[in-house]
Design a protein around this ligand. Structure first.
Ligand code: NAD
Ligand code: TDX
Length: 332
């Protein structure tokens, strides 16, 4: 099988590429990535000399390039996105371009080239905040912030290409991923690396918002399953079955690092902050997937990885990164 993976230099995409090349000796992967601030070819060192792997530097909005990169592919797996909620609150422009128009460009290429499978990597955030219970795939989309609105728009477009053209599309909507190689703007790597530097951990609002945590390798296994066994036109929720309040998560990280709770700094809440996400995952469980990693052990492994890979995250947390947080968040 020949795969076109987009956004493969980011957090989840790079794990997915490494997992696929390890598991399927006969597969090849073309990775099309723009290398935005979140893209990092360090994440792909393990495979960069593998003759089955090819990197193409470019934008999924570039329709001519996408068509060239996709030619001959058996499937497209689209991870490429602007992915951070706080950045989308500062400005939605890039989110609309990449998440919506970029998805449209990939769908048109898949349609034109008659690619037999298209997998869209989406998120639990498209359902908006879930007060009680858990949402199924048919639930209405009620995104709360520009990021989730752009992802919801992309999902609707993907589904429309099934309804209108019978393009064989599949969508996965996962809960919050964590693990090695996650850009340290997301809460778990931000808090681990801040704590390692004895810097404050900026906890939004009352710290009681709930996220359902999923280890990145479990998400990659779910995407693999949907790619191979999913039913075209269908959407699959992928949750970690581990709901944790942010304050509990924060204390757990500090405990793992042996750092004091005095590092916790309450800051103003994120505007439009979703209180809770919760997915009903019966559908993908019926296909044969469930998370294989226990949250506590996976969090400890993640903490260990950041402790042992300062050379990966220290350069990221200097320069532009510092300015971004210094100006926009820590000091507000
Ligand atoms: P990430 O921000 O770490 O990586 C995104 C990648 O996409 C980067 O390599 C970046 O360079 C690339 N990219 C951005 N714009 C591009 C463009 N226009 N053309 C080509 N490449 C471009 O993101 P992630 O956390 O790995 O998330 C991957 C996907 O999974 C996203 O679609 C995201 O919405 C979704 N998702 C993420 C989570 C999570 O918790 N991280 C949860 C659910 C869904
Ligand atoms: O500094 C912080 N302080 C804080 O309290 C940050 C960055 C976050 N938080 C809170 C906000 C959320 O309740 O932690 C929680 C998690 O925040 P993020 O890591 O920014 O993730 P979230 O907003 O939940 O979105 C994530 O999950 C769904 C990913 O970034 C998305 O790409 C994915 O679609």
């Amino acid at each position: 099988m020949k795969l076109l993976v987009t956004g493969g230099a980011g957090f989840i995409g790079s794990h997915f590429i490494r997992q696929v090349l390890r598991k399927y000796p006969s597969y090849s992967v073309v990775n099309l990535d723009k290398l935005t601030y979140a893209g990092n070819l360090e994440n792909l060192r393990e495979v960069e000399r593998d003759p089955r792997y090819q990197f193409v530097h470019g934008d999924i909005c570039d329709r001519a390039l996408v068509r060239e990169a996709a030619r001959g592919s058996d499937a497209v797996v689209n991870f490429a996105a602007e992915s951070h909620v706080d950045r989308s609150i500062l400005g939605a422009g890039e989110f609309l371009k990449t998440d919506v128009l970029g998805t449209a460009s990939l769908l048109d290429a898949a349609r034109e080239l008659r690619i037999p499978r298209y997998v869209q990597i989406s998120t639990d955030e498209v359902y908006g905040s879930v007060d009680r219970g858990a949402v199924r795939e048919e639930a209405p989309l009620r995104p709360s912030n520009p990021y989730s609105a752009s992802k919801a728009a992309a999902d609707l477009l993907v589904s429309a290409y099934w309804t209108t053209y019978r393009l064989p599309v599949l969508i996965t909507r996962s809960s919050n991923n964590f693990g090695p190689n996650q850009y340290p703007e997301k809460v778990i790597p931000l808090f681990i690396t801040n704590a390692l530097e004895d810097r404050p951990l900026p906890l939004y609002g009352d710290g009681r918002n709930v996220r359902d945590w999923l280890f990145v390798l479990d998400n990659c296994a779910a995407i693999d399953l949907v790619l191979h066994q999913g039913v075209p036109g269908e959407i699959y929720n992928v949750g970690g079955d581990t709901e944790v309040e942010n304050i509990v998560l924060t204390r757990q990280i500090l405990r793992l690092l042996g750092k004091p709770e005095s590092l916790i700094q309450s800051v103003a809440d994120r505007p439009g902050h979703d209180r809770r996400y919760a997915l009903d995952c019966h559908k993908i469980r019926a296909v044969g997937w469930k998370p294989a990693h226990e949250f506590g052990a996976a969090l400890a492994e993640t903490v260990r990885w950041y402790r042992e890979h300062e050379a990966w995250w220290r350069p990221i947390k200097s320069g532009e990164f510092k300015t971004y947080y210094g100006k926009q968040y820590a000091d507000r």
